[in-house]
Ligand binder design. Structure first.
Ligand code: MG
Length: 309
């Protein structure tokens, strides 16, 4: 059994995510973007950019991706770009943060939230239990989100599958996410005017260069004082709060779909969702399935096979 770790940029992780989508495990460990199992190789990609391959064939699997590998001998200048390091004391600034949930889940919405946390509110947020949502259980997330909704300036954009499937064929998920982040940030900037945040922090899901290219055709482009960081929720509570609100809204979306279906609609993209999807196909074909699921995932094809057996 061999273990191989490579480090790749966010864009490569996105590629891997697509490639291994149909091999996703039902659960993802804390800090990971996804966990998959393909031909006895366990693949775990972390938000840090590190990807762990485990198993007898680990080397073969990892070799496909080594060309994307970050240079470990990078000079200090290269190291700090393209993600610019956050200024000292950033965590105590007044920050507008954004994050999204649902991109890796076959069922349910894609939810993007931006939230503004003034520095005076930081102690209150800590008091309410705001921290990395990956450390929180769903009931905690729901309770904290309900508190936050009462006072925190935010924008919540929830794209349910039907809408998602209309947009997606003509647009990559990355572009869709970038446009939604930009819109949510703009909404909050408008809400809090004349106050302006000291900085904007986007939980990084693609290279800043790609992000700005993705929003280049948008009428309003939020560009000033914008920072990107992977694990953004660890760098400012505004991103942690956005993440909690997004997760809450995503869960509500799944609840709604569960009610529509009359049976449990699960999150994730593992084998269990294929079976649920097959049940929906038998009931109303892919047209009905499109009410519940992001149809471009590889799960659709697998579910069709199960349904046609
Ligand atoms: Mg994120």
């Amino acid at each position: 059994m061999s273990n191989i770790v490579i480090e790749v940029p966010t864009a490569a992780i996105e590629k891997m995510k697509k490639m291994y989508q149909s091999y996703f495990k039902p659960t993802t460990p804390p800090g990971a973007v996804f966990a998959a199992k393909k031909n006895n190789v366990n693949i775990t990609a972390y938000r840090s950019g590190k990807v762990l391959f485990q198993g007898a064939q680990a080397e073969n699997e990892a070799n496909q991706w080594t060309s994307y590998q970050k240079k470990t001998t990078a000079s200090p200048i290269k190291k700090s770009s393209p993600t610019i390091a956050l200024p000292n004391g950033f965590a105590s600034w007044s920050v507008l943060g954004s994050d999204e949930v649902g991109t890796g889940s076959y069922f349910g919405p894609l939810t993007v939230v931006a939230a503004y946390v003034a520095k005076e509110q930081i102690p209150l947020l800590k008091e309410l239990g705001v921290r990395d949502s990956k450390d929180l259980k769903d009931p905690q997330i729901i309770a904290i989100a309900k508190d936050l909704l009462t006072f925190l300036p935010h924008s919540l954009l929830n794209v349910m599958p039907e809408k998602y499937n209309q947009i997606q064929p003509a647009m990559s998920q990355g572009k869709m996410k970038a446009i939604l982040h930009n819109q949510a940030l703009k909404h909050v900037l408008d809400k809090i005017e004349p106050v302006t945040p000291e900085a904007i922090l986007i939980d990084q899901f693609e290279l800043p260069k790609t992000y700005f290219a993705h929003i280049s055709d948008q009428q309003f482009q939020v560009k000033e004082k914008v920072y990107f960081a992977t694990k953004g929720e660890q760098h400012h509570l505004a991103v942690a709060a956005a993440s909690i609100l997004a997760r809450y809204s995503f869960l509500k979306g799944l609840d709604q779909l569960t009610e529509d279906a009359g049976f449990k609609i699960p999150s994730g993209a593992g084998g269990n969702v294929d079976i649920v999807a097959a049940r929906l196909i038998k009931r109303g074909g892919t047209k009905l399935l499109g009410h519940y699921a992001k149809l471009h995932f590889a799960n659709t094809e697998k579910a069709m096979k199960i349904a046609n057996k």
